[in-house]
Design a protein around this ligand. Structure first.
Ligand code: ADP
Ligand code: MG
Length: 700
């Protein structure tokens, strides 16, 4: 092939080079993420139509999309609920009706007995026989037989103002261009990789997916498992992996203050605890100690199921930084959780002479200024709070470690912003991120490739698994009786009202109503209420009372989902659990089973329960293992829910699917390593191709 020096990469050629694309169309296409010819090529069909052969009418089944040919036997107007033109068509193998709700007189006259038609449409069940509603059709001239399509017809995702046929037309143009200059779509994967993973060539793959030959297995294409799709999925995952790994590599070039292990503080805390660390906790503590003693910032994600004891692990990390004279900040996603951390840390660290303060959005005026002063002067050694800790005017004297609890609520951008915030004299604070959303390891290593990973994979000894029951709301009386019985034995209970409406106000009202009703039917019990709109002081008071045991029953919204720790609470009722994800239910349920008593969770659903919901709730009944639940959640709801922002906001995949393509993740990681070592330029371009504008997290 002659190399034309003017031939440019399709990635650099704007879409306006195509016939029929002016400024207005370009704007509309931009809404589909298409601005270059390469973008257009990567705009893949959602599904396909088979117009490659004419099908015998007798072979059609409901739901088929098919091309048929036949002769009109009869065309008549039917006056049913809606007037329609019914055309009876047969081809010798069978017959069906074409139904038109909208038709002109001319149309009706043209569709007369004896006329031969070619139609394309979806086959449906009509009142008497199969039918096609508003099919595409054309009349056949016996002297000029019609041809059929050479390949399957693509159906593309579209947007308002961009017609399917327009997209098909544009695709024809760009595919023709690709045929003429196949090097315009540069193969960025090195030959060794293509050979090793038996990956087909990129230009071929793209061409194939836009025009699959008639014998293609459509089922395979629909499920995304065709080798051509897998080839692209691999490349896309590889691009994300490379991007996250470069974020990680950048961390390694940043300076941080190394902290020597402070054994005496550590020992003092350990001695004061009413328990000893589990082996899993000790292992993770050691990993963190190692990280903190280095002069590059730690970026470690600690995963541990609810109740695995992450808090004390973070306290030990804090001691190492504080012992070396640095400040530590601990950030929680909700005020409730921040308060509880404050209680724990004060309990643990105050006896060691460590100065702890507290900052949330509700702190205002003079008290807030006082706190800011203490933080700025360095008097505060540990600051606990919500994201309010990272407002503009909060200045640290010498921030050495940032601990983020329940990180699935914070995105990577927020984390990087926090890191910037703590940066001082060229030194960046260490970061420890804790999450109770267990993600299968391979998936975690892919989605969090920018972080080091520790797993607390065992619960403290003596925990009794929570017994879970799934009960219809029609048996509410029995459920109330269980609450009465548990509290009569001196135990405490939670009653969780879940989101009925999207509105927080309505949700809080529902919780208030529930509290009123429960207080009425349980007159001997002391009932408390917390939800998002309860005033700060009130909330603190209620939580304190529940913690100390002076309240028997706590009615709450899902605000208590994370972190709350009251070991004497042994019963939890969750209303309408079918509305929540498995991971969230598991989190909620994790509020009980923290003490030595037998604990129970009642999932009180609102009947009727769909088959899918039934199956999901059954999983909770069957297992208490967060990893098993996460895996099921992943299979049933997809990675978006499980990974939180990581999937929905940041790691947006166009072709790959982290669940479907789990099997290739190990190879993707290997390939990323290899490319980052030996093919840096191609690696960069790969990230550009797949993440484009969205690579800001790779650049911070
Ligand atoms: P999570 O990992 O869900 O944040 P927490 O840190 O809140 O868990 O710990 C749950 C409970 O277990 C707390 O009451 C905590 O004091 C207790 N705990 C932590 N580690 C141990 C241990 N090794 N042995 C016994 N109890 C522990
Ligand atoms: Mg916790």
């Amino acid at each position: 092939m002659i190399k034309d020096s003017s031939s440019k990469s399709l990635a650099e050629q704007p879409i306006t080079l195509l016939k029929g694309v002016g400024a207005r169309n370009a704007e509309k296409l931009a809404r589909l993420g298409i601005s270059t010819l390469q973008d257009l090529l990567f705009h893949l069909p959602l599904r396909y139509q088979d117009r490659t052969r004419v099908q015998p009418i007798g072979s059609l089944r409901r739901g088929d999309q098919a091309v048929i040919e036949g002769e009109v036997d009869l065309a008549e107007i039917k006056f049913g609920r809606r007037r329609s033109l019914m055309v009876h068509l047969s081809d010798g193998t069978g017959h069906l009706y074409l139904r038109f709700f909208y038709f002109s007189n001319a149309q009706r006259q043209a569709l007369s007995r004896g006329v031969r038609l070619r139609c394309f449409g979806e086959v449906r069940n009509g009142p008497n026989s199969l039918e096609m509603v508003h099919p595409e059709y054309q009349q056949i001239d016996p002297d000029q037989p019609l041809s059929v399509e050479a390949s399957l017809t693509p159906v593309y995702p579209t947007t308002e103002g961009v017609h399917q046929l327009t997209l098909r037309g544009l695709m024809q143009q760009v595919l023709t261009r690709l045929e003429q200059e196949p090097e315009g779509l540069q193969e960025l994967l090195p030959q060794t990789l293509l050979g090793r993973f038996r990956l087909p060539n990129l230009a071929q793959v793209v061409n194939y997916l836009h025009r699959p030959p008639p014998d293609t297995d459509q089922q395979q294409l629909l499920s995304g498992t065709h080798p051509a799709q897998q080839r692209l999925a691999f490349e896309e995952l590889l691009a994300h992996q490379i991007s996250l790994r470069s974020v990680r590599a950048q961390h390694q070039r940043i300076d941080a203050t190394p902290f020597a292990t402070d054994n005496s503080l550590k020992q003092d805390l350990l001695d004061s605890l009413p328990f000893t660390l589990t082996t899993a906790q000790s292992r993770v503590v050691a990993e963190i100690e190692q990280d903190l003693s280095r002069s590059q910032p730690m970026q470690r994600l600690v995963q541990g199921d609810v109740g695995s004891g992450k808090t004390v692990v973070s306290a030990l990390a804090a001691l190492q930084a504080i012992g070396a004279g640095s400040q530590v900040v601990l950030m929680a996603p909700t005020e409730l959780l921040a308060e509880q951390h404050l209680r724990n840390f004060s309990l643990w660290l105050q006896p060691l002479g460590i100065n702890t303060t507290w900052l949330t959005g509700r702190l205002k005026g003079r008290p807030r200024e006082a706190v800011l002063e203490q933080i700025a002067s360095g008097q505060t050694q540990l600051a606990v709070g919500t994201h309010a800790l990272f407002q503009e005017d909060v200045v640290f004297n010498d921030l050495g470690l940032v601990v983020i609890d329940e990180q699935h609520r914070f995105g990577v951008h927020q984390r990087l912003a926090l890191r910037e915030k703590g940066r001082r004299k060229g030194h960046t604070p260490h970061q420890l991120i804790m999450t109770a959303t267990p993600i299968p390891r391979t998936l975690a290593m892919t989605a969090y490739a920018d972080l080091d990973l520790s797993v607390i994979d065992a619960l403290p000894p003596g925990r009794k698994p929570v017994t879970t029951a799934v009960i219809s709301g029609q048996r509410r009386d029995q459920v109330v009786a269980r609450v009465r019985a548990a509290c009569a034995e001196g135990r405490q209970a939670y009653w969780v009202c879940t989101l009925i409406e999207e509105s927080e106000v309505l949700q809080c009202q529902a919780a208030e109503e529930t509290e009123r009703l429960l207080a009425e039917v349980l007159p001997t019990l002391k009932v408390g209420l917390v939800h998002g709109r309860v005033k700060q002081e009130e909330k603190e008071r209620v939580m304190r009372e529940f913690q100390s045991g002076s309240l028997d029953l706590l009615v709450a919204t899902t605000v208590i989902e994370v972190g709350v720790d009251v070991p004497n609470a042994s019963l939890m009722i969750i209303e309408n659990p079918e509305r929540l994800g498995l991971a969230q239910l598991h989190q909620l349920r994790g509020r009980v089973g923290r003490g030595s008593a037998e604990s129970h969770c009642v999932l009180m659903y609102h009947p009727p329960l769909s088959a899918n919901a039934r199956e999901r709730l059954a999983i909770l009944r069957e297992t208490n293992d967060g990893f098993v639940i996460a895996q099921k959640d992943l299979e049933m709801r997809g990675p978006g829910e499980v990974l939180g922002t990581r999937q929905t906001g940041e790691m947006q995949l166009r072709i790959a699917d982290l669940v479907r393509d789990q099997g290739m993740l190990d190879e993707v990681r290997e390939a990323a390593e290899m490319m980052l070592e030996t093919e840096t330029r191609a690696a960069e371009r790969l990230v550009d191709r797949w993440l484009g504008e969205r690579t800001d997290y790779g650049k911070v």
